[in-house]
Design a protein around this ligand. Structure first.
Ligand code: PEP
Ligand code: MG
Length: 578
């Protein structure tokens, strides 16, 4: 028996054989070609063939993992057509007279080298994307078939790294978990594992590559470890642990549709974070207990396109979500939050030294009024089909909210003039994710109908930690008492003016955070769909008045670890559920 460490990026426990995912080697040499012009034509033909096959992969991905996650293949298509890369390849083929494979390798190597010098997890992920596209293109040029995946039984997939297209080669039903050497918490493997509900580890040691396929193992996404050839006693312990977790989860699922009311009668609304208009995804969210959508990340529409989506398309997508959730379940539509780590290829934005501190979210929309108005008009039109509310991201000050509200009113007037029927009232709220907004919450509360605290960004800006920087992952922690202190003051400010305050950062879905958030007075928690049933179950077992005292105590502590320990010790039932 061997226990190997890793970073748990998706919770859960699975027991089963491992499968070594091996990439086929693509070997070629550098040589002179007889007619460079013909070689360049061969390269262009290979780009077209690869593009067509990427389109098929994209369609397959939309069916299997949803539009949001499939967007990565659109990004791959853009890389494939990148004029800088293709011009570079053309120049090498025509000027140096070398073969297309070697020219492609040389040009992409230069990019990869340049980007690899940047210490940033997002950029590192882009390097993986470039490699992935290069591999597909080399395969086409060399006429080598795709990596053969001969997996026969559900297994824990081991690999140095897994690209999105690698993941698609493995049938979903045969994935028991992932364990890779490369990758971070926001890597594709991590995101896919969470959406499939299987455990995943990244940052595992090289040793995992020498474990033969078929070897029995336990992957533990909670503790962040993989146990190879477990002995009888360990196996028995884990089997018991796993059955207990599954029983708790299915009990939580049975009650998922019931409301979340504390033992002393406080109702907490439990909403879902959604990034798709896929009918199946929306149905699943409701079946898992979503009482509304606390965050509709509208970027999914924009990221999926190669040009700006028009009003009609946006209207269709927003109204699909509002219709699915009906009149009783609010859908909070967040206006476009582009910038920072999310870019749109068709929206040429100037280079920024610190994009997270740059023209992002509402700042960008207020500088691109036609883009913003198109979205607001689509949202207002969709509000006639359910209970839609509008939320602005990246708000720093009151003046921005006033400008946005004025534009919203302008859109309403235009639409009424054009004969559209729009409800008289559409709530307008803001995300509190910038410390300045948290500190000025009382002023902002007078301007809006609700707040939703975005602890992902609030943590990064409060703690001055880039949320995509793998090396600082342990510092960027929303359990930090500094962040929780801001959450408390935002909650108090909202309530002072009779406004609703929710939270839609990842923290909301963490079982250990739920009691604290109830104690801090949040009216609504919005989280990833798989986290819903357990969060509701936890709330039903709490006494709000006791949680207030617990939250106050947590705020006297110094570190996120102490805060988590306090909750885990006081409420031991949580570790059985979550
Ligand atoms: C947040 O910042 O907490 C949030 C929910 O928004 P996003 O993660 O999309 O920036
Ligand atoms: Mg945010």
């Amino acid at each position: 028996m061997r226990t190997l460490p890793g970073i748990g990026v998706s919770r859960g426990i699975e027991i089963g054989p491992v499968y070594q995912f091996q990439h086929v080697s693509l070997e070629f040499d550098t040589h002179k070609v007889a007619v460079p012009e013909l070689e360049w034509e061969r390269y262009q033909a290979a780009v077209q063939t690869t593009l067509t096959s990427l389109e098929h992969i994209y369609d397959k991905a939309v069916d299997e993992i949803g539009t949001d996650e499939a967007a990565i293949f659109r990004a791959h298509m853009n890389i494939l057509q990148d004029p800088d890369v293709n011009d570079g390849v053309q120049e090498r083929i025509l000027n140096e007279g070398i073969n297309a494979e070697a020219a492609l390798q040389a040009v992409t190597d230069e990019y990869i080298e340049l980007l690899s010098e940047i210490e940033d997890e997002y950029i590192r992920a882009r390097v993986l994307d470039i490699r992935d596209v290069r591999t597909s293109l080399l395969r086409t040029l060399l006429g080598v078939a795709e990596t053969k995946v001969e997996i026969r039984e559900p297994s824990v997939i081991l690999s140095r790294d897994l690209t999105p297209s690698d993941c698609l080669l493995i049938p979903k039903g045969l994935i028991k978990g992932f364990c890779t050497i490369d990758g971070g918490t926001t890597s594709h493997t991590a995101i896919l594992a969470r959406s499939l509900g299987v455990p995943a580890l990244v940052g595992a040691p090289e040793e995992i590559l020498s474990i033969p396929s078929g070897t029995n193992a336990i992957i533990d996404g909670y503790a962040g470890q993989i146990i190879v050839e477990p002995d009888e006693a360990t196996l028995a312990r884990y089997q018991e642990f796993r059955s207990a977790k599954q029983a708790a989860l299915s009990a939580a699922l049975d009650e998922a549709e019931k409301p979340a009311v504390t033992l002393d009668g406080r109702t907490v609304q439990v909403f879902a974070n959604i990034g798709s208009d896929d009918e199946q995804d929306l149905e699943t969210a409701i079946a898992m207990g979503a009482e509304g959508v606390g965050l509709l990340r509208t970027e999914f529409i924009y990221l999926d396109m190669d040009r700006m989506p028009d009003e009609e398309l946006q209207f269709k997508k927003y109204s699909a979500v509002t219709k699915a959730f009906g009149a009783q379940r609010p859908v909070i539509l967040r206006t476009l939050d582009i910038g920072g780590d999310k870019q749109l290829p068709y929206l040429e934005l100037p280079y920024e030294m610190n994009p997270f501190l740059g023209v992002r979210g509402l700042r960008l929309c207020l500088r691109n009024i036609p883009l913003f108005k198109t979205q607001l008009r689509a949202a207002l039109r969709a509000s006639a089909y359910g209970c839609l509310q509008i939320m602005l991201p990246m708000v720093t000050k009151v003046a921005e909210v006033r400008k946005a509200r004025a534009l919203l009113e302008e859109c309403r007037a235009e639409l009424l003039e054009e004969g559209y029927e729009i409800p008289e009232r559409v709530d307008l709220g803001i995300m509190i994710e910038i410390p300045a907004a948290a500190l000025m919450a009382e002023h902002l509360a007078k301007e809006v109908d609700f707040f939703s605290i975005g602890t992902n960004d609030l943590s990064q800006y409060t703690l001055a930690v880039d949320r995509t920087n793998q090396n600082l992952a342990d510092l960027a922690n929303a359990f930090d008492p500094a962040v929780l202190t801001l959450v408390r003051s935002v909650s108090r400010a909202a309530h002072k003016y009779g406004k609703i305050v929710g939270i839609c950062g990842e923290l909301a879905g963490d079982p250990l955070a739920v009691p604290l958030l109830v104690g801090l007075g949040l009216d609504e928690l919005s989280m990833n769909v798989p986290a819903l049933p357990v969060a509701k179950q936890i709330i039903r077992r709490l006494r709000a008045s006791e949680m207030e005292a617990l939250a106050e105590e947590a705020l006297t502590l110094e570190t996120p670890a102490e805060v988590k320990k306090l909750v885990a010790e006081r409420l031991p039932f949580i570790s059985e559920l979550g």
